[in-house]
Write a protein that binds this ligand. Structure first.
Ligand code: ARG
Length: 387
């Protein structure tokens, strides 16, 4: 009997997949990664077993997600096409890595997932798995199976008594984890239509947020956020805390048209309260502690890092080389940034660091000035000389 490890969510597609594999004579192991999506895992476990999985793995990957995926992305200031904080994209290589682990443990031969043939997630899961375990067979039945519509799947589920939640049917396709939420499909497919308020779950409507600004201070140690408002938090708790603070002030909503890997443009909505606060403050601290050339060079690398993440190339040599460079730049990125949140806006209003390169006695136009302006004359002559 062939054994398949299926990345299972508890939704309609992957529930049908369990049964579909059983019918084809497979032993199905359902695997679910907890990256902070907040599902009721007891319900999901029962559902997988009731549908025909022989075993269910539910792995708590929240800490690994934040430490090894989200924090490196923050150090890199990784934002795809200037807008997407990559919450979904960052989770996929982690999910694939542990799917391979489950397959090894279970001596399975096949990995499977419920992604469609149009999206980026299929690429990220499969490329990662292929790099980590080239011998495993990869399958994605949704790309080719017999069901053409959701209704056909629901009919199949009813026929086989697969427990599903059709009442909760939403017109949107969403993905959520600790770092953010992605929303697509339905009326959002018309890029001219303003997203209705009902699609948002992590962020409050800015119009209904407090009229008074909320200040928040984020402290970094070597590029990693460690404290919020002076209090130390573990990585997962820190993200949860900042999601709360940002969310209640409507911070982190993004509406964009993005370029997918498979060559199409798609309209996507994102919520990233913690990500917005973190990348805004991290960049600001870097502005204060990094020398000019490092800062400018690193700014060139950020889009590349975001692209590698988006493209599913997390486990590649280039990504590791960039990490090595970026980590080196973070040695002095320690200090505190103060932000002011108000009705969806998130602005830096203060920063301090013991590694600051800002020297008031050089910058000032006041009496404490020690800068020698006479030197500028020669500097300008030589600087402009080649031209
Ligand atoms: N467009 C985003 C990305 O490629 C979000 C994908 C959301 N996934 C989903 N299954 N709804 O990362």
């Amino acid at each position: 009997m062939k054994k398949v490890v299926l990345a299972y969510s508890g939704g309609l597609d992957t529930s049908c997949l369990i049964r579909w594999y059983k019918d084809k004579g497979y032993d199905v192991i359902a695997y679910l990664a907890d990256v902070g999506q907040g599902s009721d895992f007891n319900v999901v476990r029962k559902r997988a077993l009731a549908t025909g999985a022989s075993k269910v793995y539910i792995l708590d990957l929240k800490e690994e997600f934040v430490k090894d995926y989200v924090f490196p992305a923050i150090k890199a200031n990784a934002v795809y096409e200037g807008k997407y904080f990559l919450a979904t994209a960052l989770s996929r290589p982690l999910i694939a890595k542990h799917q391979v682990w489950v397959a090894r443990k279970e001596k399975a031969t096949t990995l499977s997932h419920g992604c469609t043939g149009k999206g980026n997630d299929q690429v990220r899961l499969e490329v990662t798995a292929k790099i980590l375990a080239p011998d495993l067979e990869l399958q994605a039945p949704l790309r080719t199976w017999e069901f053409k519509t959701r209704d056909q799947e629901i009919e199949y589920a009813h026929k086989h008594k697969i427990p599903i939640d059709v009442t909760k049917k939403s017109p949107y396709s969403t993905d959520i984890n600790l770092y953010g939420r992605s929303i697509e499909c339905g009326i959002l497919e018309d890029p001219w239509v303003e997203p209705p308020e009902e699609i948002y779950k992590m962020t409050k409507d800015p119009l209904k947020c407090p009229n008074k600004p909320e200040y928040v201070e984020v402290e970094y140690a070597k590029g990693i956020p460690v404290k919020v408002n002076g209090k130390a938090y573990k990585p997962v708790d820190l993200i949860i805390k900042l999601n709360e603070i940002g969310g209640r002030n409507g911070v982190g909503r993004v509406d964009m048209v993005e370029n997918r890997l498979v060559g199409i443009k798609s309209r996507e909505i994102y919520e990233n309260p913690a990500g917005t606060i973190l990348i805004t403050s991290h960049k600001e601290l870097e502005a204060m502690v990094l020398d000019r050339e490092t800062l400018h060079y690193k700014e060139l690398i950020s889009p590349k890092y975001a692209e590698l993440t988006y493209y599913g190339l997390w486990e590649t040599p280039q990504k590791q080389q960039l990490d090595a460079y970026i980590n080196k730049t973070q040695e002095r990125v320690s200090g505190v940034v103060r932000l002011k949140l108000l009705k969806g806006s998130c602005n830096v209003v203060g920063r301090k660091s013991k590694f600051s390169r800002y020297k008031e006695e050089l910058a000032t136009y006041g009496a404490k000035d020690i800068f020698d302006p006479k030197l500028s004359e020669g500097f300008i002559r030589i600087w402009g000389m080649p031209y």
